[in-house]
Design a protein around this ligand. Structure first.
Ligand SMILES: C[S@@+](CC[C@H](N)C(=O)[O-])C[C@H]1O[C@@H](n2cnc3c(N)ncnc32)[C@H](O)[C@@H]1O
Length: 318
């Protein structure tokens, strides 16, 4: 699909590709193909976060449903909602016991994945109202659907790590403003650990993460009608930034790149060896994360971790 000049992809490309270093927002990794590749990443042996977070949800979803007694769950960046099924089961069981209804609002930028998952979920959980929203959780006018009882916003998969420190503070501030007193926020965050394991998780041997990252080039090529832009001209790079406690994914030019973007009516050059930043994945310290949530007006009431202490789920109450 080719974007028009006023499409957000055009604005983000204009903003990012001419920056130093060139940078593109991570959300553009998630077109339909990118979302399917991410789903595949969750199953590669090196990518531990999904398995760890699943382990925590298997153990504690029923307590989360009981502790929050939420009537509505809004999930940011829901993707295929695979792990969320554990929470949905727990909330559906609770709704059946209490006789109260329960609504699930998955919100994602990736339209096709969102809509196909919502259809399957609605069929699998007849007791739950599934109301998908195509949306951007970084939108300045972030709003949550009204609900008859407490709401819980869930943000899983370590996606919070895709923000830098400043963006994260803005996001948490907007979220705190959108929540009403008594609402909940359930956050899944990946913890700092051995660098070798971290880098391997973003550079799997089968090359699925490389395909996922390089798919950004295809998104740009097709979306901005780019001439001279080819996926095969880029290498996937994943490295640990020790100063900023984060994995960074880059696309490195294999040769001098000369592109003309028809939609932008602009040329872009990237010399051989130069890199474009496509994703950061910040890793957290448990105590610092608690403090950060508390400072944002989202005090943590309970946290859970997996057996290996790789990943944390933090439940905050507004
Ligand atoms: C790392 S994946 C996590 C998917 C799933 N929650 C999980 O835990 O496996 C990030 C998800 O967030 C979505 N996403 C990324 N940026 C977004 C944004 N700005 N607004 C809404 N969704 C976004 C992607 O499409 C993708 O489904």
């Amino acid at each position: 699909m080719t974007a028009s000049a006023d499409h957000p992809l055009a604005a983000d490309a204009l903003d990012g590709l001419w920056s130093d270093p060139p940078t593109l927002p991570t959300k553009w990794l998630y077109d339909e193909r990118g979302s399917r590749l991410f789903d595949e990443i969750t199953r590669v042996p090196e990518y531990y976060p999904t398995r760890r977070e699943t382990e925590i949800l298997q153990e504690h979803s029923a307590s989360i449903a009981a502790a929050t007694d939420a009537s509505t769950m809004v999930e940011f960046g829901s993707g295929t909602s695979t792990k969320t099924r554990l929470l949905l089961r727990a909330f559906a069981d609770r709704a059946a016991q209490t006789g109260n209804g329960f609504t699930y609002v998955p919100l994602d930028v990736s339209t096709e994945i969102l809509e196909s998952s919502a259809v399957t979920l609605a069929a699998d959980y007849p007791g739950i109202a599934v109301e998908p929203v195509v949306g951007d959780f970084t939108a300045p006018d972030l709003a949550l659907p009204p609900a008859p009882g407490p709401r819980i916003v869930v943000f899983l998969g370590g996606t919070i790590g895709n923000f830098d420190d400043k963006e994260r503070a803005v996001f948490l501030e907007r979220l705190a403003a959108a929540l009403a007193p008594g609402d909940f926020f359930l956050l899944g965050a990946d913890l700092v650990k051995d660098t070798g394991r971290l880098v391997a998780a973003y550079n799997d041997k089968a090359g699925v993460t490389a395909d996922f990252n390089r798919n950004m080039i295809e998104v740009l090529r097709s979306g901005l009608d780019a001439q001279g832009l080819y996926v095969d001209d880029f290498d996937h790079i994943a490295r640990w930034n020790p100063r900023r406690h984060r994995i960074e994914m880059w696309l490195r030019a294999r040769r001098d790149i000369d592109v003309y973007f028809e939609v932008l009516q602009r040329s872009w050059r990237l010399p051989r060896g130069a890199e474009v930043l496509t994703e950061i994945s910040t890793k957290f310290d448990r105590r610092a994360l608690d403090d950060e949530l508390g400072d944002a007006g989202l005090p943590v009431v309970q946290t859970w971790t997996d057996g290996a202490e790789d990943f944390v789920l933090a439940l905050s109450r507004r």
